[in-house]
Design a protein around this ligand. Structure first.
Ligand code: GLU
Length: 479
């Protein structure tokens, strides 16, 4: 049987790291088995769903390289299917209209709480007579549709990650609401119900999702049975935890894929890292791989039950790896939007070839793409601020004379090269009988405003090409 898996995000927020990691596992499983990966947007919550979130989710999945084979399907366009299914359960007597009011439910819950019991619906409207129903309707009560759950039922499945799972019907909170009140008779169907109707309709063979859905799975299995469908396999991936062992949340700063992108993580590093959030390859020393290579080895046998701790240091390490091994032209393409966002002018002087030289210079020092903003500021601003150290350096005895010497030498060398730059330094050392260190430090201080930074000669060449070196040297001696 062809493997068919799906990811079913709700567009009530931007693409979350947890959903993205679940997408990675689905994608890997589908590709490993030569199956299909389907995208379904669960937008039945009309109040909280927004088109911009759908857009963010699609864009995030595309950016990560998690291409889907079918969809996106939108639940909001499939309401007839759900209504037919609700009607089927009503007709079979497996579901019923429940007229219990919110106040009555509150009273019930309070009483249960007072007795130290877990809150649950007491199935009081399961067997209403037609007269009772008519009386409630005459009162103007609205209703929900509940699906019967037998307390004695034992629900068992063999989870692909967690092994044998057993639930009791009595743990599921009483007969479950599958549709809320609406104008039409069948109501507005809810998550646990529509997800099953869709998974049946889309012939999903494995439901791969986060561990927070385990209790839903128990309920959903009963719905598969009631709808007379084959039950798929289930795999519950471990939660993503922060370093304190708590579920990763908004409090941890970033949670959405677009935020990770803004922070300067590459798509390759992020998918690689997400693959490792809960899964390990057969050769556990192997940490760097593409989605395609991971797909060859992927199986749920190697997915952990325990929560996966989110390790920023490891993500940074992977990110530097991908940045450092990327061809310069590709890295340049990635950095341009960051420079633009920082307001740096990519004018005619800063040509593509100049930008690529800059990228070759700073690329090896980047951990996150965003680091390029601070690291290349000195190449985009007309003047530099001198740090205290740099100021001290250019005030040192002999420094000004050294810098003057460089300016004079530059008169004959307007277009600098690696060799001529080295020659100028040698020449000044000799003429003024000073240590090379003094020349290099003073030059660095004057050109970059700092005593630390990228390779000095390369930096000088870049500044020379855009005519910024001489003004900076002049300024340093007049400062
Ligand atoms: N819309 C649900 C979610 O985003 C889907 C869960 C599922 O995969 O069934 O959590």
């Amino acid at each position: 049987m062809t493997v068919r898996v799906r990811i079913a995000p709700s567009p009530t927020g931007n693409l979350h790291i947890g959903t993205a990691r679940t997408s990675v596992f689905n994608w890997l499983f589908a590709r490993h088995h030569g199956g299909k990966f389907i995208l379904r947007i669960e937008d039945t919550d009309l109040e909280r769903s927004r088109p911009e979130y759908t857009e963010n989710i699609l864009e995030g999945l595309r950016w990560l390289g998690l291409n889907w084979d079918e969809g996106p399907f939108f639940q909001s366009q499939r309401l007839d299917l759900y209504k037919t299914a609700v009607q089927k359960l009503l007709d079979q007597g497996l579901a019923y209209r429940c007229y219990t009011t919110p106040q009555e439910l509150d009273t019930l819950r309070e009483a249960q709480k007072a007795r130290g019991e877990a809150p649950r619906y007491d199935n009081r409207h399961r067997h209403l007579t037609p007269e009772q129903r008519a009386a409630f309707e005459a009162e103007g009560r609205s209703y929900v549709i509940r699906f019967q759950i037998e307390d004695e039922r034992e629900i068992v499945w063999d989870d692909l990650v967690r092994g044998k799972m057993t639930w009791r019907g009595s743990d599921l909170g009483g007969d479950m609401v599958i549709a809320r009140a609406s104008e039409e008779g069948t109501g507005q169907p809810l998550y646990n119900f529509v997800v099953v109707v869709d998974d049946i309709d889309m012939q999903i063979t494995q439901v791969i999702r986060g561990e927070d859905h385990i209790a839903n799975t128990a309920k959903q299995i009963l719905l598969y049975e009631a709808l007379g469908a084959k039950i798929p396999e289930f795999a519950h991936a471990p939660l993503i935890l922060n370093m304190d062992g708590r579920k990763l949340s908004k409090r941890d700063g970033v949670t959405s894929i677009s935020e990770f992108k803004q922070m300067g993580f590459t798509a390759e590093a992020l998918v690689n890292y997400m693959t490792l959030l809960g899964w390990s390859p057969p050769d556990s020393t192997q940490e760097i791989f593409t989605l395609e290579t991971a797909a060859k080895d992927f199986s749920f046998e190697r997915v952990n039950k325990a929560g996966a701790k989110f390790d920023w240091a490891k993500l940074d390490w992977l990110n530097s790896h991908y940045i450092h091994s990327m061809p310069v032209d590709q890295l340049t393409d990635l950095l341009i939007p960051y420079w633009q966002a920082a307001g740096y002018k990519l004018d005619a002087e800063r040509s593509r070839s100049w930008l690529e030289q800059l990228v070759a210079l700073i690329g090896p020092s980047l951990t996150r793409l965003v680091d390029a903003i601070a690291m290349s500021q000195l190449f985009f601003s007309e003047t530099v601020e001198f740090s205290d150290e740099a100021m001290q350096q250019i005030k040192q005895e002999g420094a000004a004379a050294t810098l003057k010497g460089i300016i004079t030498a530059l008169e004959n060398q307007p277009q600098l090269s690696q060799d001529s730059a080295q020659d100028i330094i040698k020449q000044v050392v000799k003429e003024q009988n000073v240590k090379k260190g003094l020349v290099m430090r003073s030059l660095r201080a004057a050109l970059t405003g700092d005593l630390h930074g990228p390779d000095l000669i390369q930096s000088w060449l870049l500044l020379n090409q855009i005519g910024l070196d001489k003004p900076r040297l002049h300024r340093a001696i007049t400062e």
